[in-house]
Design a protein around this ligand. Sequence first.
Ligand SMILES: [Zn+2]
Length: 385
Amino acid sequence: MPGTLLMAPNETTNSNPNRSYCRFTSGRSSLPVDGVATLGVSGVEIDLGPGHPAQLWNYDRLKSLEPVRGNAIDVLLSSPEAPGASLFVQGAKFAANLAGHAPHLTARAARRRSWKWGLLLAAIVALAVAASFAAGWSPLRSFAAALPDSWRQRLGDSARESMTEGHKECVDAHGVAALSNLSARLSKAAPDGVSFNVRVYDWPLMNAFAVPGGQIVLTKGLLDKAESPDEVAGVLAHEMGHGIEMHPETGIIRSVGLAAAVEIMLGGGGLANAGLMLAQLGYSRGAEHEADLDALHLLKGAGIAPKGLGNFFVRVSKIEGENSADAKSGALTWLRTHPPAAERAKLVRQQSDYPATPALDEQSWQELKSICKTTIEPQKPGSGD
Ligand SMILES: [Zn+2]
């Protein structure tokens, strides 16, 4: 009588490859119960001996902890028919026959499902693009916004690595703390789900830029030129604005093409010089204005005066005008990618007053300025090509 036959581990019957030793663990009671599992017509029949009701786990609804591979010697199953419970079944033949009854548990099916996820993602992206197109938004931006965050991070890593190549990252602990405090303060008014990762590189060129995934790079050259923490806050808020608007993502996709960008995001390639290309292309005037408006919003939310934002650009453009040799310091290139300083200063002047405190206290400011006291070699990008 099948209802009473119990088996010991490893005692798989040679006569019937559809029956095997099993161990049932219910979600509630901690003690596992040994029994026999049989591959029936419609599902796995579980016989745990006297005192336990017979169970039938339908093939269609079965789940396995791991995909059932061709060489599996056992399986670990669960089913919505017994929430929280698990069933361990020993036996290679049982596993192989189970795969015949429930093909969705196989490794091949799992691979197909991951393809389906890819297709689903593509469909979501296509929908987002179509919807935004209908609404008159930028399709590229909607595409970027629909991407999983990990993809944007990979694109950002690749861009940052390529653009900072040859320069060490500044990691003095006090400076890093001051910078992350400032970044957190400015992030308070950022939209939900947007976060930033700001790094400083030991690079004399004056520069600041955002790369995908909310990553922002500031250079030592910029910190040296800044005369107050409010100026750094202004520049940082402006770059955060680019990040909020996904300008780096759309810029890279536009400059290297969608296919190459997707390849990088899937971990299949580096950005080579495309990152540098992006930096030199700069953004449209409209994009710069958007970043400025976001920056003003972030500064206000952080209780930091917006004057720094205007001052810095005005001062740097003056230095540049007086001394064309400064073009070599990168100021010229950087300013060229930004709208006229006067325009920005006017925008800042139009802001109504609000209570503000310095972006950093004097000590933190000095600590930020000396963040390059300690540096580390940049991590080598994953791909050598
Ligand atoms: Zn900008």
